[in-house]
Design a protein around this ligand. Sequence first.
Ligand code: DOR
Ligand code: ZN
Length: 343
Amino acid sequence: MTSLTLARPDDWHLHLRDGAMLRAVLPWTARDFARAIIMPNLVPPVVTGTQAAAYRDRILAALPDGMTFEPLMTLYLTEDTDADDVAAAHTSGLVKAVKLYPAGATTNSASGVTNFDKVRPVLERMAEIGLPLCVHGEVTDRDIDIFDREAVFIDRVLDPIRRATPGLRVVMEHITTLNSVDYARAQDNSLGATITTHHLVINRNHILAGGIRPHYYCLPVAKREEHRLALRAAATSGEARFFLGTDSAPHTDDNKLQPCGCAGCFTAPNTLPILAQVFEEEGALDQLEAFTSKNGPAFYGLPVNQDTVTLTKTAPDLPSQIDTAEGPVTVFDPGFDLTWSVQ
Ligand code: DOR
Ligand code: ZN
C-alpha cells in the first residue's frame, strides 16, 4: 500500500501548555488533527468552567490564520471542585471530560486528589450527567516501585472508584501495561483506554540501556517489552475501547536535560507517520483509522470528522527539534527512519 486516506484523526489526550509554548506547538497538532482533549495541568490548573473558557479562548487565539482546530476542554479535579460548576460547564458544551490526577503523580499534579472520598460527590454527579473522567492511573506511594504504580492503581483506586460509582464513564489514560490492557478488555463500554504513540515504540531499555535518554522519560514510564507488545496488540486490534491519546507533552530541552528532568515526550509533529509504520509492521493498516479517528469519537459521543488526511509512502520532512520563545523542544525520535508522510 502506498497511500492511505483516513477520516481526520483526533488526539484524545494532549498537552498544549500556554503562552509562547502554546503558540509554538499548537500548529503541529492542528496540521494533522481536527480536535483534541486538552489537558488542564497548567500552573495554576484549569479547575473551573470560567478558567476552561478563558483557556479555550487563548488556544483559539493562538491558532494561525487558515488553520482549523477544535479544543475539547477538560477540568482539573481537586478536592474542592464544585459539582454544580462541573455540571454547568458540561451542559453548556464547553467541557468534555474531567481529569483526575492523583496528587504528586506527574507534572503539575500537586493540586490533584489525595483523598478519593472527597471527590465522590463530583464523580456521582458526573455519572448522572454522562461526563467522562479521564484518569492518570498511577499510585503515588513512595514505597511502590515506579514500574508497578499503574498496576497497583487499578486494584487500589480505579476499580474501587468504578464500583462505588456505577455508570461513571472512565478513560484510562496513556496505558502502559498488559495489566491495563487486560483490565480494559474485561469491562463494559463505560470504560475506554488511550494509548500514546511513544509507548507503542519504546520500552524501558530505550530509556536506560547504554546511557540515560531523558527525551524518552515520560509518565507513566515505559515498561518491559512484553507490555509494549501488549499495547501494540491492543492499539492495532480495532477494539472500540482503545483509541489514540498522544500525551504529546512539550518541555524545553533545558527542562528535560537536568539532574532532575521533566517527564514528557513531544510527539505531535510525527505521530501519524510513526503510527502508520507501527500499524504496517503489525499488518494492521486497515485498523489505523479505528484507532486514530473512529473509536475516540464513539466513546465521547461525537461525530467522526468529515474531513480526511492522506498518508503516502514517502519519507517525511520533519524537524528533530522545534524553536519556541522559551527554548528548543526536541521532537520524539522513534529510533527508525520514517516512511509515511502526511500529505
Ligand atoms: O510524561 C508526562 N508528561 N506525563 C504526564 O502525565 C504529564 C505530562 C506533562 O504534563 O508534561
Ligand atoms: Zn498527559
